[in-house]
Design a protein around this ligand. Structure first.
Ligand code: KG4
Ligand code: ZN
Length: 352
């Protein structure tokens, strides 16, 4: 491995980010102003598809197999060696412990060898700060802003008040919204990952089946999705024996998606009431890819006179650009992490 100063002509200012908290292995290199010099993401969907969900041990091994070559490939594209790096940031939680150990272990080793600071990144903070990357909005969103994080592992409304300063306004009481999509898709016999498959199926259907909308109009902005999923399970159990007709599956998918859309729109309007000073609304997580959900959240934002910032999908889902950018934001705010910083499978944002 090259040492700091071994890359003549390149100032050591770039930051390497590593993401390995779930089923994407990712590495990215950013200039200090957030310009993306190189980014790589390897999805493990094919490794887990046969099991219908992420298998932690398979995920950890897959990260281990891919990461080193991926980082070196990204460095090559950026025209840098390890010596061209000013810091190395890696997701240290929340997430699956095996993958976190692979990513942070690699980052720590490289940071020691390159003699640069290490930054242990909170994955949720990385999602929260992505909207401040150059080019995500007409102007960089000012603090405070609202983050609606809608992924397979998390559903949260957060007031982002500054780097390292987060106020949790609401979160799921049971399943994450992406998890609800995945489980419902599985009930309907759709392939993994269920979210995109369910959205495609819903496009052929009519939302004409009454389904519950847990917590709708309740105070606060917590979410609950398990009752909705159970209602779909009960509906399917009452179907006549035999294969579910395609149109019936599409109507159920459309009805489920309409219920989730209503819930999210309602929760966002409550979150806005809880944080009236929010400069804008940022959405992140794989479910933010859903066209119907995006459209409803845009309507709620427009009615409140706020901009809705939806980073491009590749930066909404898990990636390493966001880890590197969170590292840059933390460095600018004066934070670094000790090499002894642990991985934290559970690491709520408001504990930062
Ligand atoms: O943020 P993400 O890539 O990974 C984490 O969970 O951290 O989100 C993946 C989740 C999965 O549950 C997937 O089914 C869901 O996002 N998802 C969708 C769509 N695309 C991905 N859900 C609904 N509609 C979609 N188009
Ligand atoms: Zn994520």
């Amino acid at each position: 491995m090259e040492r700091k100063g071994c890359d003549p002509g390149f100032p050591a200012t770039a930051v390497l980010g590593i993401e390995s908290s779930c089923d994407e292995t990712a590495a990215a290199i950013l200039a200090p102003d957030g310009t993306i010099l190189a980014e790589r993401v390897l999805s493990q969907i094919a490794d887990h598809a046969a099991f219908g969900g992420v298998v932690p041990e398979i995920a950890a091994r897959a990260h281990l197999l891919a990461l080193d070559a991926m980082v070196k490939d990204a460095l090559r594209e950026a025209g840098l060696g390890f010596g061209g790096l000013a810091a190395i940031a890696a997701t240290a939680g929340p997430g699956l412990i095996g993958g976190l150990l692979v990513g942070t272990g690699y980052a720590k080793g490289a940071a020691i060898a390159a003699r640069v600071p290490y930054l242990a990144i909170n994955h949720l903070e990385a999602h929260a700060l992505t909207a401040r990357l150059p080019g995500m909005a007409a102007s960089r969103p000012a603090f405070p802003y609202l983050l609606l994080l809608l992924s397979g592992g998390h559903s949260q409304c957060v007031a982002v008040e500054g780097v390292g300063r987060y106020r949790l306004l609401g979160a799921t009481l049971d399943d994450a919204v992406g998890e609800a999509f995945d489980k419902t898709a599985k009930l309907l016999g759709l392939p993994y990952p269920g979210g995109p498959a369910l959205e495609a199926c819903a496009r052929e259907g009519v939302p004409n089946i009454p389904l519950p909308r847990p917590l709708l109009h309740r105070a606060g902005c917590d979410f609950s999705f398990s009752g909705l999923k159970t209602a779909v399970a009960q509906l399917l159990a009452a179907e006549p024996p035999g294969a579910l007709p395609r149109q019936r599956a599409a109507d159920i998918a459309a009805s489920f998606q309409a219920a989730v859309t209503d819930i999210l729109g309602d929760r966002l309007s409550h979150a806005l009431a809880m944080c009236p000073a929010a400069s804008s609304i940022v959405i992140a997580g794989g479910v933010a890819a859903n066209t119907a959900i995006r459209a409803r959240l845009a309507e709620v934002a427009a009615a409140a006179g706020k901009a809705l910032i939806a980073p491009p999908l590749r930066l909404c889902t898990d990636n390493a650009v966001m880890a590197a950018w969170a590292g840059i934001e933390r460095l600018a705010a004066g934070f670094t992490s000790p090499i002894s910083a642990p991985c934290k499978p559970r690491w709520p944002l408001d504990a930062l």
